[in-house]
Design a binder for this molecule. Structure first.
Ligand code: ADP
Ligand code: ARG
Length: 346
């Protein structure tokens, strides 16, 4: 059992970036520091300490966490994104710059496409350090702004509190809603006061959705069946621009959009397809050689930390910081093109 404010011990074989980069020296230097929101080093590392199977293991409580605890965050950010402290982030949400032809005209491989970005409200703490009142205020303001949207983005907000269990289970099974009780988020303090202040906004077709107050205060999502990646990106891009007219987001020149998990910094974008690759899946070395080459990540079809089912995988961009949104999606497009070509050969 790790004691409060003592250098944590990690089990043998621990591979998280936290256990790799948290030296005793850095721990001693940072352990008594707190951000203006009262967020301490032990809060930042708690999820990775109690979940030694974490890939990363750290969360920020606010924008200041990234500077105050930079001796820990910087090497983690460098290793995950290949982005150094001197680098600057860049943004490009212009769909005209994306080269995304239809990769699967007969609909044999790509089941569905989804692109999301994370956003957090400027000048407020991030989820791990936010108060219940601040969180509820965000829910109120953001859901009101969303309910004023028009055209194909018009929809309704559904609070999680009081949501019928069957409706909730169906929304999760159909990949629209976040799960409850994630242990990584729990240990990061992101599930405090659950389900209060959380919910989902979506249009009738459920092609445009916004999660409120899960890991980030907003997750803006565009998704649809099939492989029309350009259409999904175009919808997302216009939705982001609409929302940005009403809500100011936390952004830094260096780190781009600020998110609670350092893996999401920058564009905060994850562009994915659910894709059938049953033959390639028999040879995970060949599969991984292609995904690594294109900076892609393989997940199961019920989201992060889930398994594949029936040879269907969630393939998405891994890099999000120091690359533009267009480049994030382009990584995914290029890799998926090669994955389909390989599957066809087998
Ligand atoms: P995040 O996208 O926020 O990183 P997850 O990996 O947990 O989080 O995914 C959230 C949900 O989105 C899960 O239900 C997952 O199955 C679903 N999802 C992700 N990509 C796709 C896709 N291309 N098509 C359909 N559903 C998807
Ligand atoms: N904290 C978890 C880990 O380190 C998740 C990291 C990335 N995923 C995320 N949803 N932020 O494994």
């Amino acid at each position: 059992m790790n004691k409060k404010n003592e250098f944590p011990t990690f089990p043998a074989g621990c591979e998280s970036l936290l256990c790799k980069h948290l030296t005793k020296e850095i721990f001693e230097e940072l352990k008594d520091k707190k951000t203006q929101n009262g967020f301490a080093l032990e809060d930042a590392i708690h999820s990775g300490v109690v979940n030694p199977d974490s890939g990363i293991g750290v969360y920020a409580g606010d924008l200041e966490s990234y500077t105050l605890f930079s001796k820990l965050f910087d090497p983690i950010i460098q290793e995950y994104h290949g982005f150094s402290p001197e680098d600057k982030h860049k943004s490009n949400l212009n769909p005209n710059d994306l080269d995304a032809p239809n990769l699967d005209p007969k609909g044999e491989y790509i089941v569905s496409t989804r692109i999301r970005v994370g956003r957090n409200v400027a000048d407020l703490p991030l989820g791990p350090a936010i108060t219940k009142e601040q969180r509820n205020e965000i829910e109120k303001n953001v859901s009101q702004s969303l309910q004023a949207m028009s055209g194909n983005l018009a929809g309704r907000y559904y609070p999680l509190k009081g949501m019928n269990d069957d409706i909730k289970a169906a929304l999760i099974a159909d990949h629209f809603l976040f799960k409850t009780g994630d242990r990584f988020l729990e240990a990061a303090g992101l599930n405090r006061n659950w389900p209060e202040g959380r919910g989902i906004y979506h249009n009738d077709e459920k092609t445009f959705l916004v999660w409120i107050n899960e890991e980030d205060q907003l997750r803006i999502i565009s998704m649809q069946m099939g492989g029309n990646i350009l259409e999904v990106f175009t919808r997302l891009s216009s939705a982001i621009q609409e929302i940005e007219k009403k809500v100011a987001f936390s952004y830094s020149e260096h780190l781009g959009y600020i998110t609670s998990c350092p893996t999401n910094l920058g564009t905060a974008m994850r562009a994915s397809v659910h894709i059938k690759l049953p033959k390639l899946a028999q040879d995970m070395t060949a599969f991984k050689a292609i995904t690594d080459k294109h900076f892609l990540q393989i997940r199961g079809i019920h989201g992060e930390h889930s398994e594949s089912e029936g040879g269907v995988y969630d393939i998405s961009n891994k890099r999000r910081l120091g690359v533009t949104e267009v480049e994030c999606v382009q990584d995914m497009v290029n890799g998926v093109k090669e994955l389909i070509a390989k599957e066809k050969l087998l």
